[in-house]
Design a protein around this ligand. Structure first.
Ligand SMILES: O=C(O)CCC(=O)C(=O)O
Length: 263
């Protein structure tokens, strides 16, 4: 099935070979380097609020840590898929990594849209581009999702047996998994003896939702200075933020110029 069609119908798709083997390996090397730098800056890659044990290595603030992540977040294939889901205008809400090492276990079941907007969730206002930097299998902790759950509009729609409906997003290294924001999902458990599963999560939303992080606080002046005007806009770095989306801001008398005065 065509990727866009599958995304529209099923709320997800996998696009293989977005990165070649060399670029994928480079991104993985740079991710480990970014993880070390993240820790050097005093942050912890173990986040107990998210993961049951330290075998999950979380790296936040990727856009500050290495330019390769600034390239991936605006990759043309990613941007095309983002626009297909949330529309032509969007914000980059977050970009983080989760390396599931052997022994890691599942986090909470959630949809990413439910983290940033109250129910009801009627349209896709958020979505993820998930970069696979290793092969991803059920055994090494593939993200688990519930087919059809992007149609659930309230928390009351989550069935008691939701955990039994989970299926893995399996993909080769270099692929992206595109997942709309209403899909309920969790991280898989890595039950292998020696395989890491490394994923990057690019999170994008409609432009009227406040991003998960404040990029003005995350990105140093040096990093901000290197960004294109387009990237600055996607990160909401400009002076103006939510200045209105109405199509018609003409003065009142122009808006109603064709209305006849009563006789
Ligand atoms: O690592 C995964 O497979 C899922 C991560 C996730 O859903 C999250 O961090 O919100």
């Amino acid at each position: 099935m065509d990727h866009r069609r599958q995304l529209q119908d099923e709320g997800w798709c996998v696009i293989p070979d977005v990165l070649d083997a060399e670029r994928t390996r480079e991104a993985l090397d740079r991710l480990w380097r970014a993880a070390r730098e993240f820790e050097r800056r005093g942050e912890s890659t173990y986040m107990p609020v998210l993961d049951p044990n330290p075998s999950n290595v979380r790296v936040f603030y990727l856009l500050e840590l290495d330019e390769i992540f600034r390239e991936l977040i605006q990759h043309p294939v990613a941007v095309e898929m983002v626009r297909a889901v949330v529309g032509p205008e969007f914000l980059i809400s977050n970009f983080t990594a989760n390396i599931a090492r052997p022994g890691s276990k599942s986090m909470a079941l959630h949809s990413d849209q439910s983290l940033v907007v109250p129910e009801p969730w009627l349209t896709p206002w958020a979505m993820n581009i998930i970069w696979c930097l290793t092969d991803v299998t059920f055994e090494n902790g593939a993200t688990l999702f519930i087919p059809g759950s992007h149609k659930w509009t309230t928390r009351a729609d989550v069935p008691p047996d939701a955990h039994k409906r989970l299926r893995p997003f399996e993909a080769k290294a270099g692929s992206i998994v595109v997942m709309e924001g209403r899909m309920w999902h969790t991280s898989g458990a890595n039950i292998t003896a020696d395989q890491d599963r490394a994923l990057l999560f690019g999170y994008y939303t409609v432009p009227f939702l406040r991003p998960q992080v404040n990029w003005n606080a995350v990105l140093s002046p040096e990093t901000q200075a290197q960004l294109s005007p387009q990237m600055q806009a996607w990160l909401g770095l400009g002076v103006t933020a939510n200045t209105g989306m109405t199509a018609d801001l003409r003065y009142l008398e122009d808006q109603f110029a064709d209305q006849q005065e009563p006789a």
